[in-house]
Design a protein. Structure first.
Length: 164
């Protein structure tokens, strides 16, 4: 996925690719290997030997406890900050993936349904805890690929959304 991330007014071009050992992230051309562990709204991000705590709070993030204003802008192809491709009438399709491996306890959406950013798409059970997988943007559910009771990994697609 490719997107423009604006942090405290400063734009950055970000590209993220999922690999077998985690993520490869390029920020303004510089390459980083990263691993992310977290649940909705909070993540521990490991880049090389460095570990950072990231908390999402609306348009603000706390990075290691320090607040920053952030926004995601469309890149030159129109894709937003997630893996996406053009769908009908120029709309962008996005795949919703779980942040961690787990068992699907509940699917909270159905094809054709509208979702709002932050609304639960599914509920996963991981390490004896239930975690909601939120919609990262407003849209319409085009496809639900996971089923209740199924085990999923971060490489699996739970649902496909089309931006509205």
């Amino acid at each position: 996925m490719r997107f423009r991330l604006v942090v405290d007014g400063e734009p950055h071009t970000v590209e993220v690719e999922r690999g077998s050992k985690g993520l490869e992230v390029r920020v303004d051309g510089a390459r980083y290997a990263a691993r992310v562990v977290g649940s909705s709204g909070t993540a521990d991000v490991r880049i090389g030997r460095s570990r950072h705590r990231v908390e999402l709070r609306g348009t603000r993030i706390l990075l290691d406890g320090l607040p920053h204003e952030v926004s995601v802008d469309l890149d030159e192809t129109g894709a937003a900050g997630a893996s996406g491709e053009r769908g009908r009438e120029g709309r962008v399709r996005h795949e919703v993936r779980p942040p961690m491996p787990g068992r699907v306890v509940r699917i909270a959406v159905a094809p054709g349904g509208r979702v709002r950013k932050g609304q639960p798409v599914a509920v996963l059970e991981a390490m004896k805890m239930q975690n909601e997988v939120p919609a990262p943007w407003d849209g319409v559910v085009v496809e639900v690929r996971a089923r209740e009771g199924e085990t999923v990994s971060p490489d699996d697609v739970i649902a496909v959304l089309e931006s509205s």
